[in-house]
Design a protein around this ligand. Structure first.
Ligand SMILES: [Zn+2]
Length: 837
């Protein structure tokens, strides 16, 4: 320990960081002896903690070695990441607790159930879930995890015995294995023998997209509530299996900062979170402060970060009877970096995380009974609030797939729901049995149901660390309403996706409506097999069935497959996609006949997307994930640095996601223009619009407004500016359902997500405004009054012809965080039907 302090002094005085003499003792408490039968990290991974950045594979190797050697530790593999890495969980507790673990778990979970008041918490262990480095390039957490796990397995003496006897630790060594591996590779590749703390060194400047995100470039720390990604699914399952009392989330922030622990900004706590939660967070904080004081580390609380969006790891627990704690350590973003506080070494960042992990456990032991009692009280109060409450019904009579995926989220959060006993209508919407579910509000997860379904438009603070609204039925664009429990049939315990009927063989044609979420997947599967398909520009009906705008027609005549082979292919696709195909035997309809010119040929798409420097990785990754994972559609990712020498003629559609800066230049714009003029469809999002405009790819006009501060002091400056940001809220648009961009939508309005202040003036000709914000667009979330005024009646899409092609511009991200199922179809419409717009 002394050795390293000396070294640190040396580092600061000479400005040169050295490579050697990092020692495990630097992290560990010195007043403890260690069991020599437990392998140290170095003995397994071949380097000291903090000497190199741990790669995920070595992390896995060490955790298995620990579990093998220690009777305090068990290990399980809960699934895999997109890149096939294991999602490990260690359970660490006293051997006597291990012998009795399932009983302890059941007793613990019983605290959250009805009639828990007679349970005795005096001797129950407290449950702590510790997770590390959900952002892969914030690695001090996961690296500290090596030392924490070693300490918990090897430390000896009464203190650790008391800790393990009273605590069950769910230890998640890496929340984001793919991101951790990506970042470790980057910094290890660039490490010099003589560590160079110069911030200009390439080590500290990652290549796009960086290691923060998972495989599809998602911010994993926004997915705790939507649970759309495999990593989140594993940990949410663990969460509900145990209902931990504390959940910790170890992050990093800017290099010049110190160390942050919660509570965050008090006025920005979500109102559904009980006050007691923040009181307990404050009590826990005292343990961190004391421990960090002891090692001489600086820190701060309450001035930044918040507990508003329940999709974050440190906030999700707050609506589930638990206490979520965020830690943020100043990042060395490599092995050592110059900072305002002198040279910030990687080991120093690891030591703070290690210290906070241990002070968390100390707090858990000291506050054990009050944490357990709080948890019991949380669920009992939730039940009291819910008594006599009715139910929520949600559904979409035209799209069982989307309804299924929303129900899947409920199931992952242990929210109970039921089948509908019969069809009914309310507020002009029809709820069909098999296409709808009923959620009783009187149940254990009452508060979580409120957090998912409520619309909130008034707030005590006008600043948000993240989005201010996430109302799930709006994101899914499903119909929903309050109802009575009288409409509920059996509870759904085995949720399955609705099967499509097996289509019979037709000698004439097949019809597929465009409403189902997976209709684009089905159409693409046909087109990629060179099957001819057409889209109906108008509604029609036949055999008593109404076919809406955008119905897909697959003629039997003149296909590359025989009638029988085509029927087999359609049956296979119907089974895989759950989409309904209807065989028909005549072309005569009420409305456009099947031979009408109003059925237009759809070409097989060949789609490329611009990625790389300047492009926002999240927005790009959401599109890649959507096409690859959901629709099985090929997508070529073209890096901005290769764009000028890429032959674009092989693509029918090119997507430019939102960008941070100028991803492409003037010459690139000319190249795109020629490609569009030759028949291509160019699709752009958000600020790509300004670039389209200035390069004359698509002429349009954005509203501008100049705000002048009056009576705002210097101190209030950043809050004043922050209040004009739309951090993420939900707004209502109205649709022209006859426009191909709106095909597949059954309602005249569509909720959209918006997190920008791009206000696009609508076109003079109304037929050019297929999606416009309504007069009173705010549905849920925060927007300032001047911004709301500006947003009214603006356009959400602009489409313009250029030569033989077209340019389609969306002001907003319709693929947000993989849970905005409701607006995903807009991109599919642009891809498949862009030619008809
Ligand atoms: Zn982070």
């Amino acid at each position: 320990m002394k050795k390293l302090s000396l070294l640190l002094l040396l580092l600061i005085s000479t400005g040169i960081a050295q490579n050697d003499t990092v020692d495990l003792n630097y992290y560990l408490p010195s007043d403890v002896t260690y069991n020599t039968n437990i392998p140290t990290p170095k003995s397994v991974i071949g380097h000291e903690v903090g000497e190199w950045h741990i790669t995920h594979d070595k992390l896995v190797q060490y955790m298995y070695a620990l579990a093998n050697a220690s009777d305090r530790v068990t290990i399980e593999d809960r699934g895999t990441t997109f890149e096939g890495r294991p999602l490990l969980l260690l359970t660490i507790t006293a051997p006597s607790n291990h012998a009795n673990l399932e009983t302890l778990r059941r007793e613990h979970v019983a605290l959250t159930e009805a009639n828990a008041s007679n349970l005795n918490t005096a001797n129950m262990p407290v449950v702590v879930y510790q997770g590390f480095s959900i952002h892969g390039n914030e690695p001090s957490g996961a690296n500290a995890g090596l030392a924490v796990a070693y300490y918990l397995a090897a430390a000896q003496g009464p203190k650790i015995d008391t800790l393990l006897q009273n605590t069950i630790i769910l230890f998640d060594p890496s929340f984001n294995p793919d991101g951790l591996q990506r970042f470790a590779s980057w910094v290890n590749v660039h490490k010099a023998k003589n560590i160079n703390p110069d911030p200009n060194d390439r080590e500290y400047s990652e290549a796009w997209p960086g290691g923060r995100t998972n495989h599809y470039w998602f911010d994993m720390n926004r997915d705790w509530l939507p649970v759309q990604l495999p990593e989140s699914r594993a940990r949410i399952e663990t969460f509900h299996n145990w209902y931990p009392n504390i959940l910790t989330d170890h992050h990093e922030m800017g290099t010049n900062a110190s160390f942050f622990f919660q509570p965050g900004i008090p006025s920005r706590t979500h109102p559904l979170t009980p006050k007691k939660n923040q009181q307990l967070t404050g009590e826990i904080a005292k343990f961190h402060a004391k421990a960090l004081d002891k090692i001489g580390s600086f820190y701060y609380t309450e001035e930044s970060f918040d507990d508003f969006y329940y999709g974050k790891g440190s906030t999700f627990p707050d609506i589930n009877g638990s206490i979520g704690i965020l830690f943020e350590q100043a990042s060395s973003r490599g092995h050592a970096q110059e900072s305002d506080n002198g040279i910030l070494t990687f080991p120093f960042t690891i030591r703070n995380q290690f210290t906070a992990a241990l002070s968390t456990l100390e707090a858990a032991v000291a506050m054990r009974e009050s944490l357990l009692d709080y948890q019991r009280e949380f669920f009992s109060n939730a039940r009291n609030e819910a008594s006599g409450a009715g139910a929520i019904v949600f559904g979409d009579e035209k799209d069982a797939s989307k309804v299924f995926h929303l129900a899947e989220i409920l199931q992952r959060h242990k929210i109970k729901f039921h089948e509908l006993n019969s069809d009914f209508s309310a507020d002009g919407r029809t709820y069909k049995k098999g296409y709808s579910y009923v959620i009783p509000k009187n149940q254990k997860q009452h508060r979580l149901i409120n957090a998912m379904f409520e619309k909130r438009t008034s707030f005590t603070d006008s600043l948000f660390y993240d989005i201010s609204a996430w109302t799930f039925p709006l994101a899914f664009n499903v119909d929903y309403t309050e109802t009575s429990m009288g409409r509920a049939a059996a509870q759904v315990t085995n949720l399955t996706q609705k099967e499509a009927p097996v289509p019979g063989t037709s000698g004439y044609a097949y019809l597929m409506e465009w409403h189902d979420y997976y209709a684009p997947k089905a159409l693409n599967a046909l087109l990629q097999k060179d099957i001819r398909a057409k889209v109906g520009m108008q509604p029609f009906s036949m055999n008593g069935i109404q076919y809406d705008y955008g119905t897909i027609l697959i003629p039997v005549q003149n296909q590359k497959l025989s009638g029988e082979a085509l029927a087999d292919l359609i049956r296979t696709i119907a089974k895989e996609t759950h989409v309904t195909f209807t065989p028909v035997t005549t072309g005569l309809t009420q409305g456009i006949d099947l031979g009408s010119n109003q059925f237009r040929s759809v070409e097989a798409p060949k789609v490329a997307m611009i990625i790389g420097d300047g492009i926002t990785p999240y927005d790009a990754g959401e599109i890649w994930h959507l096409m690859d994972q959901r629709f099985d559609m090929a997508l070529t990712k073209i890096d901005t640095r290769d764009f000028s020498r890429t032959d674009l003629s092989r693509y029918t559609d090119i997507i430019i996601p939102s960008s941070w800066g100028n991803a492409l230049d003037k010459e690139d714009a000319e190249k795109l223009k020629s490609w569009v003029e030759a028949g291509g469809t160019l699709i752009g999002y958000k600020n790509a619009g300004r670039w389209f405009n200035s390069n004359e790819l698509l002429k349009m006009e954005f509203k501008t407004r100049k705000d002048t501060a009056t009576n705002i002091s210097f101190e209030q400056r950043s809050d004043y500016r922050g209040a004009q940001v739309i951090g993420g809220a939900i707004f209502e648009t109205k649709l022209d359902r006859s426009h191909p961009v709106a095909f597949g939508y059954k309602n005249l309005t569509l909720p959209v997500f918006r997190n920008s202040t791009l206000f696009l003036k609508s076109d003079e000709d109304s037929y050019n405004n297929p999606i416009v914000y309504t007069d009173t667009p705010l549905l849920s979330g925060y927007i300032s009054t001047p911004n709301l005024e500006d947003l009214k009646n603006t356009a959400a899409v602009k489409i313009g012809g250029l030569g033989r092609g077209q340019v389609i511009y969306f002001t907003d991200n319709h693929n947000f965080r993989a849970f905005w199922y409701g607006t995903n179809k807009l991109l599919m419409n642009a891809i498949f039907f862009g030619d008809e717009m």
